[in-house]
Design a protein. Structure first.
Length: 230
């Protein structure tokens, strides 16, 4: 059983254990207080830098780290990379003011499962935490748009053949789902577009990720564009 599957099988009344990481106490403390009121979430530690995050996770148990990127001592990207290597069962959701290509690609490449900007509301943040704990990715709309723009800029020029990047055994529905991911739609938007449930969307995503060797949603966007689906 994988770590996300194990987390999905937690008892309904078992709260998700979350570490809030931000170097600014004026951000960190109110955020921890808001999450504590969300229901189903227990803030087990608040950290001012990556070293404190690693210590809190080592003391465990921790399900999700809500991670700022720009922190002293050890920044969020390096901390995410360390967590992915040493504690792969812990999901990382980035919450930051930065939505530049280096920050987004650096964090997702290091293993972050979600990426939100600090314009996100409380419901968006709690939804991202729960999705990450269940093995799903949630990306801020601005982040999705940046990924789309970057992937399209890196696509081969018109007239040059696209590389065969998708396996032949993808079903038509899985290709539809990948195309909609490539257009930047979240799971809920895909479900509405295809008139299916979000649970069914998640099943299709899990299947196509496994078949195509897709690592995360950012990789899915790149593959959709490279294959001409988006």
């Amino acid at each position: 059983m994988t770590a996300p599957e194990a987390r999905q099988q937690q008892l309904p009344d078992t709260p998700l254990k979350v570490v809030v990481a931000d170097d600014q106490a004026a951000v960190r403390e109110p955020l921890a207080a808001v999450l504590a009121l969300a229901g189903g979430i227990e803030v087990v530690a608040a950290a001012a830098n990556g070293t404190e995050v690693l210590a809190a996770v080592a003391a465990g148990p921790v399900d999700v780290v809500l991670m700022d990127l720009r922190m002293p001592v050890m920044d969020g990207i390096e901390t995410t990379r360390r967590l992915a290597g040493e504690h792969p069962e812990v999901a990382v959701v980035v919450l930051t003011t930065f939505a530049d290509d280096d920050s987004i690609l650096g964090a997702l490449g290091a293993g972050a499962r979600g990426y939100l900007t600090k314009n996100a509301g409380r419901q968006d943040i709690t939804r991202a935490i729960r999705a990450a704990a269940a093995g799903q990715s949630v990306l801020d709309r601005e982040v999705q748009d940046r990924l789309l723009a970057t992937a399209r800029a890196q696509a081969p020029p018109a007239g040059r053949p696209l590389p065969p990047s998708l396996p032949e055994d993808l079903t038509p529905r899985e290709r539809e789902v990948l195309a909609l991911i490539g257009q930047g739609l979240p799971n809920r938007g895909i479900a509405e577009q295809l008139f299916i449930s979000e649970a069914t969307v998640k099943t299709h995503i899990n299947n196509l990720f496994a078949k195509a060797g897709i690592r995360d949603r950012a990789d899915a966007v790149r593959r959709a564009i490279a294959s001409g689906l988006a």
